[in-house]
Design a protein around this ligand. Structure first.
Ligand SMILES: Cc1cc2nc3c(=O)[nH]c(=O)nc-3n(C[C@H](O)[C@H](O)[C@H](O)COP(=O)(O)OP(=O)(O)OC[C@H]3O[C@@H](n4cnc5c(N)ncnc54)[C@H](O)[C@@H]3O)c2cc1C
Length: 457
């Protein structure tokens, strides 16, 4: 008899899991029902800043697979259907059709929870005023674009200077807005150490983006017809015709919490290596709603990234489909950009190393993206952390122009392999003048880190 797989959440993790399971099991062996409360499935939120900024012309370019395409592959994807309750003992989910209001229970043999993350919307006066926008979904992106079309003013305030905040600052700048970014920390990109964040700050200043550090927003001020007119902090007011929120996310685990499933300190679901929810044989979870093991610090973290969500989905789909796959953990690699400035990080920051009790050395090197004499060579700053005594690589941050971001992948591989900075100095990286100096900036940093490790003890 055919088993039924129910998937909650129809984006990266959920539909990757469903698609992979379908590749392995025929419809007669496994019925797949997926519930998605939104208007879109399998879309790229990652592309929203580039759609809003005009690099991507059409919303639909961000849709990897339509609901109809999923259905053609024998995945019964039910859009605008929210799962409102999870009955673990009874192996069933209660759903509500958001168009008709109709409610129903659907039983499952296997369940995948892929409910993603919820954007934090600080409970400030005026936060729901017209002109204040999140950028989590394609509906959000469309609402922002409509708002930009409608507004006559050209002043935009972005709240939060994480990667979404800086990407949105670029998007608004590209659309001709005067952009101010308000950030609670002193420097933008708190996923970097403050000294590297300062480089981003300086570059944003150079682009004409006003970045205000240490700015805790206290309220959104409204004007005509209740529309946003300014953003207030403790000591200033920033005029705004439009406001974009990039204030972070938390795991969307309300259903799981109510059902008594195990959650970690960050509120994400806890899974084993096969992405099975701990203690639950027939329930899997992946994507932004789970916590992941940080292979460098050995701690659980919540990192909301599409790159992990897709991999989780593949692993879950393989296991649900009768195969075998594991997700061992992450090293914390992330890249982004603001205009031509590329920003990359992997592994631990100084703060993270201190928190887990690791003694470390740091080095920072200034190099270039290409041989110094080759046209287009641009400056690149690489910061490297290595453990004292052992010399084990702990983390790398890179800020620079073309070629800076993806260079961090060298360090991601080295971290995953548990390499020391001494071993890194011998890496056989490619060289030709258009691509790097004869000593790649990452190798220069590794050499310098090795010297620092040796002289520290
Ligand atoms: C602006 C922006 C830029 C980004 N850029 C990058 C990037 O450059 N690189 C990167 O790696 N990541 C990026 N991300 C993050 C990436 O988009 C997410 O990590 C990824 O989408 C997570 O996939 P997911 O399937 O876990 O969750 P989601 O994509 O959030 O999908 C979860 C789905 O579940 C649905 N759902 C939730 N609860 C229920 C319920 N009870 N019933 C029915 N449906 C439900 C939701 O409607 C949602 O569609 C970006 C995100 C944003 C917002």
């Amino acid at each position: 008899m055919s088993e039924r797989l129910v998937v909650i959440g129809g984006d990266a993790a959920g539909m990757s899991a469903a698609s992979q399971a379908r590749r392995l099991k025929k419809p007669g062996e496994l019925e797949i029902v997926a519930f998605e409360r939104g208007h879109f499935a399998s879309f790229s939120a990652c592309g929203i800043p580039y759609w809003v900024g005009g690099d991507v012309a059409e919303r639909d370019e961000l849709i990897a697979r339509t609901p109809e395409e999923h259905r053609e592959r024998d995945i019964d994807l039910r859009m605008r259907t929210e799962v409102t309750e999870l009955d673990v003992d009874g192996q069933r989910v209660r759903t509500r059709d958001l168009e008709s209001g109709e409610e129903a229970w659907t039983g499952y043999d296997k369940l995948v929870i892929a409910t993603g993350a919820r954007p934090l919307r600080p409970p400030l006066p005026g936060i729901d005023a017209p002109g204040v926008h999140g950028v989590q979904t394609l509906d959000d992106g469309q609402a922002l674009l409509d708002s930009l079309d409608r507004t006559k003013g050209r002043r935009a305030v972005v709240v939060g200077a994480g990667y979404i905040g800086v990407e949105m600052a670029e998007a608004l700048l590209n659309r001709g807005y005067e952009v101010t970014v308000l950030n609670r920390s002193e420097q933008p990109m708190a996923t970097l150490d403050p000294d590297m964040g300062r480089l981003v700050h300086r570059a944003m200043d150079g682009l004409g983006i006003t970045t205000v550090g240490g700015a805790a927003v206290t309220k959104i001020l409204t004007g005509d017809a209740g529309r946003v007119r300014a953003v207030a902090t403790d000591d200033a007011e920033y005029p705004a015709d439009v406001v974009v929120l990039g204030t972070g996310v938390v795991p969307e685990t309300g259903l799981a919490r109510a059902a008594g499933l195990p959650l970690g300190v960050h509120g994400g679901l806890l899974t084993d290596l096969a992405m099975r929810v701990r203690g639950h044989e027939n329930i899997w979870a992946g994507g932004d709603c789970v916590e992941v093991l940080d292979l460098v610090s050995g701690r659980e973290r919540h990192i909301a990234l599409g790159t992990h969500a897709n991999k989780h989905g593949q692993v879950i789909g393989a296991n649900v489909g009768g195969g075998y796959a594991t997700f061992p953990g992450v090293v914390g690699t992330a890249v982004s950009k603001v205009c031509a400035l590329e920003i990359a990080r992997t592994g631990l920051r100084e703060k993270d190393a201190r928190e887990v009790g690791l003694a470390y050395v740091t080095v920072t090197v200034e190099s270039t993206s290409r041989a110094g004499y080759y046209p287009g060579a641009a400056p690149m700053t690489v910061k490297m952390l290595a453990e004292r005594r052992t010399g084990r690589l702990l983390g790398v941050q890179i800020v620079g122009r073309e070629g800076a971001a993806k260079r961090v992948d060298i360090a991601a591989v080295a971290l995953t392999a548990g390499m020391t900075v001494e071993q890194m100095t011998a890496l056989d990286l490619g060289y030709a003048p258009p691509f790097s100096p004869v000593w790649d900036p990452v190798l220069v940093a590794a050499r310098k880190a090795l010297a620092a490790v040796r002289s520290a003890d």
